[in-house]
Design a protein around this ligand. Structure first.
Ligand code: ADP
Length: 860
């Protein structure tokens, strides 16, 4: 048995204050450094020093370092361990910190603290591993007996471990080769001991005392191991390996086996996590799961992939707002003002939203319907949702559902999967940090479906007020109460929303805007917003209403105001360049004209004449002159107009009619073209049609064939059998767009009637309506959007089903004035209104122009 080789430590040591573990001489540990003083010590001593001596520190255990270095040094533990810093690892995440790997050399005692800042330095007295072992003066026999006893227990303990593990075998060899004096410290740091016990061993300066104190600890560990082995003897399961592995992992903390040292328990974080779980207000069931998981986590080696998984899970659990909510502000008057201030027009939507809020004010526990705003893009659906959150004083979170085709997106993945995570609902709750936010489920009509399950089905549970108080995310695997969350959905069309989901929601249609509404929205909301975003003021740019109208009619064709908003953005950018250039030039006191060929021409008027066009481009004019955006400026900035009204030109031959279609993007006018040729009675349809549309075409032909005599319709050879030796081709231009729906029925009939009679359909008339085989006209949807589209396209007369007459009330007065409406209950009336002078043989009384009157019924 050799004796410990003496070492000599410097008489002054920088002190590292730790509170996590206790470093004993001869053992190694990792410690994390994140307090101000310790960080300073690492930076200026370890990272900058070059000598071996600068890597020696005095580690003072059980001393929490104060958070800021302005605070006084806490009372220090008297005895510490001189240590060698073997490795420094730095990281900036989640906050700057270092992890030190330190090996204990010997005990020391603080004689005097020499300085406290930036890190403490003390004069120290070395207590062991000196040249002359002060303790060796003990009678050799007494100590020999004690150390012999200790050695036996140590051997017994090590032999109970799995000797096939290389580290255990190594430890066994070390027991023989290491000096006996070093064993108590090393074994204490290997076996399971509390920090308090380790501290006692550290404080036991005399060797005899140390042997006496460690023997009971060894015995306890041996007993523990025996017990474990007995209970698990017959089970060849993983647990056994854990028992074997655990001590092995600790055994690696032996000097000389540093390379084996790979990980250490992140005790501190786990303790914090445990504390958070204890203090969190989660429901009992969730709490139980957390307690179970943290127990598992403590037993797991850090290198196991499951470790990180479990830890992430627990961190999410404590972060979730189980009981945290905001208090609702329910003041209907204030809500009305706020909604009116943020949004122009959309009266129906605002009214319904206010009703909804009013009911909430009266009965807070309302399990209300889920509102679903349906309308074309850019009509302010999302923005109203945001306003609702604002009026209630709730957090707002938008969940985009477009393209989601995996139900795990909603409900999370089970934790057995690698990379599993919670669904969007739980993630959203974590983000907002309260359990009663407003969730905007955007684009519910664009949910996909795939092999990974149907996300719409997963949403059902989320949206059902009867079920969602215990919504179970697969990842969480415990119920979370969603009943306080206010869900609002948006969609472009109800057609693609799965029926079961549709059933859970109250649909509120948000139709497109008229030109006048768009002008108001532009001047009240869009332009001020764009100016602000581009750092411009109304003193620098002036956009007259006429220009806005030009942009609306000639540069955009949409139901909402989104591209209008973008056009204003483009204008603002161009003007911003001018303004910035102007300022620059002004600063240089330069007088120059705008160079030719620039993307944007500037119009600064000597005296402001709104609406007038001037080519004056003198930048030396007073800077407060606003830049006027007139039509020329518009053309320079946005390019030539994209849309022109050219409807009337298209109806110059028989066999063309204009229909009105509703698309998710708003109303559209749609041409239907027909031609006939010699053939065998075939019907050809082109233009990407859905099944319903094809059926309408067949219906139309059948009806016309059966009524051919009545209307004197003949084929090319004069026969009333329209398909005799004749093929018909029907085409719906804009082939890139898929078209479906029954509302083109009347248009197809009109178009074919024109083809077979050789008469022209009126160029200023558009129509919509479903037909039946008996020639009745049935009501269709989207009337407001369709009428607005007809108005936009400059048409004058709209034919619509009689049962849609009630929908005309929604149409703004000015549009109603510009158009004349003909309501029809049968195809007779449609045809009479579509052709100049009526269509039937007998002349009909004149059409009633406008004011919602409909034609008298034609009999026979
Ligand atoms: P959606 O969700 O219907 O597609 P958004 O809510 O995103 O449309 O609206 C697009 C933009 O148009 C937003 O900047 C919104 O503020 C603005 N907007 C739409 N309608 C109105 C309105 N009636 N009043 C004021 N701004 C509006």
């Amino acid at each position: 048995m050799s004796s410990v080789s003496p070492i000599q430590i410097p008489s002054r040591l920088p002190l590292l204050l730790t509170h996590e573990g206790v470093l004993l001489p001869g053992s190694t540990m990792r410690t994390s450094v994140d307090s101000a003083r310790n960080l300073q010590l690492v930076r200026s001593r370890l990272l900058q020093g070059t000598s071996l001596q600068s890597t020696i520190l005095g580690v003072i255990p059980n001393t929490p370092d104060p958070a800021s270095d302005a605070q006084d040094l806490p009372p220090l533990h008297r005895i510490g361990t001189a240590a060698l810093a073997v490795q420094v690892v730095g990281s900036n995440w989640p906050k700057p910190h270092y992890t030190l790997l330190i090996t204990g050399l010997c005990r020391f005692q603080i004689v005097q603290v020499l300085k406290e800042k930036p890190y403490p330095v003390a004069e120290v007295e070395q207590l062991d591993r000196l040249e002359e072992f002060p303790n060796t003066c003990k009678t050799r026999e007494e100590l020999g007996e004690l150390s012999e006893q200790f050695y036996k227990y140590a051997v017994q303990l090590v032999e109970m471990l799995d000797m096939s593990v290389p580290a255990v075998a190594k430890l066994r060899r070390l027991l023989d080769s290491l000096p006996r004096e070093a064993l108590p410290d090393i074994l204490t740091s290997i076996i399971r001991t509390s920090n308090k016990e380790k501290l006692q061993i550290l404080d036991a300066v005399s060797l005899e005392e140390r042997f006496k104190m460690t023997i009971p600890l060894l015995v306890r560990q041996i007993e523990g191991l025996k017990l474990l082995q007995k209970t698990r003897k017959h089970k060849q399961d993983d647990d056994k390996r854990v028992i074997a592995i655990r001590p092995v992992r600790r055994i690696t903390h032996i000097p000389g086996t540093l390379e084996d040292e790979d990980e250490d328990e992140d005790n501190d974080d786990i303790v914090m996590l445990e504390k958070k779980i204890r203090t969190s207000s989660m429901p009992e069931q969730a709490h139980k799961v957390c307690v179970k998981e943290i127990k598992r986590l403590k037993k797991m080696p850090q290198s196991m992939p499951e470790y990180a998984l479990t830890r992430n899970y627990l961190e999410l659990m404590v972060e979730l707002p189980w009981n945290k909510s905001t208090t609702d502000r329910l003041d209907i008057r204030a809500a009305r003002i706020l909604l009116d201030n943020d949004h122009y027009a959309m009266e129906k939507l605002k009214k319904r939203v206010l009703e909804y809020l009013a009911v909430r004010q009266l009965k807070n526990t309302l399990k209300g319907p889920i509102l679903c705003f349906v309308g074309p893009p850019g009509v302010g659906k999302t923005s109203v949702g945001r306003s609702v959150a604002k009026t209630l004083g709730r957090e707002f979170h938008r969940i985009a559902l477009g393209g989601v085709c995996d139900q795990s997106d909603i409900r999370g993945h089970r934790r057995t999967y690698v990379g599993s995570m919670p669904g969007r609902i739980i993630n959203g709750l974590k983000t907002v940090g309260v359990n009663n936010p407003v969730f905007l489920l955007d684009e519910v009509d664009k949910l996909g479906k795939s092999l990974q399950g149907d996300p719409a089905a997963a949403l059902l549970e989320v949206l059902d007020p009867e079920q969602n108080h215990n919504f179970t995310d697969h990842y969480l695997n415990v119920a979370f109460d969603l009943s306080q969350v206010l869900f609002i959905a948006t969609a472009n069309t109800t057609a693609t929303i799965p029926p079961a989901l549709l059933d859970r929601m109250e649909i509120i249609q948000v139709p497109g805007y008229t030109q006048e509404e768009k002008i108001e929205i532009a001047h009240r909301h869009l332009i001020p917003k764009q100016l602000e975003q581009h750092g411009l003021t109304p003193q620098q740019i002036q956009i007259p209403q006429l220009t806005t109208l030009d942009i609306i009619t000639r540069y955009t064709r949409e139901a909402g105001v989104r591209s209008l908003d973008r056009k204003f953005g483009a204008i603002c950018r161009a003007v911003a360049v001018k303004v910035a250039e102007g300022q620059h030039k002004e600063a240089k006191l330069e007088r120059s004209d705008v160079t030719e060929g620039e993307g944007c021409k500037e119009h600064i008027l000597e005296d402001v004449k709104p609406g007038s066009i001037s080519d004056t481009t003198d930048l030396a004019l007073p800077p407060e002159m606003p830049i006027l955006i007139d039509f020329h400026a518009l053309k320079d900035i946005l390019g030539p107009p994209m849309y022109e009204m050219e409807v009337s030109e298209r109806l110059s031959q028989p066999g063309v009619a204009i229909g009105l279609a509703w698309t998710p993007l708003g109303g559209e006018i749609m041409f239907v073209e027909a031609s006939r040729m010699d053939g065998e009675g075939q019907l050809t349809l082109t233009g990407q049609l859905g099944d319903v549309m094809k059926e309408s075409a067949h219906l139309a032909i059948s009806w016309l064939r059966s009524n051919a005599k009545k209307y004197h319709l003949t084929n090319a050879s004069g026969s009333f059998d329209l398909l005799d030796n004749t093929d018909i081709h029907l085409h719906f231009p804009a082939g890139a767009v898929t078209k479906d729906g029954p509302s083109a029925g009347v248009t197809i009939v009109t178009c074919l009637a024109s083809l077979f009679s050789g008469r022209l359909v009126r160029s200023d008339v558009a129509m919509t309506g479903e037909i039946t085989l008996r020639g009745l006209v049935l009501p269709v949807g989207g009337i407001k959007d369709k009428v607005l589209a007809a108005h936009r396209a400059g048409l004058k007369r709209v034919i619509l089903p009689q049962r849609n007459e009630k929908d005309l009330e929604e149409i703004p007065g000015n549009v109603r004035q510009d158009l004349s409406f003909v309501t029809a209950s049968c195809l007779d009336e449609v045809l009479n209104a579509a052709f100049d002078g009526g269509f039937t043989v007998k002349a009909r009384p004149g059409l009633l122009n406008s004011k919602l009157l409909h034609l008298p019924k034609v009999s026979g």
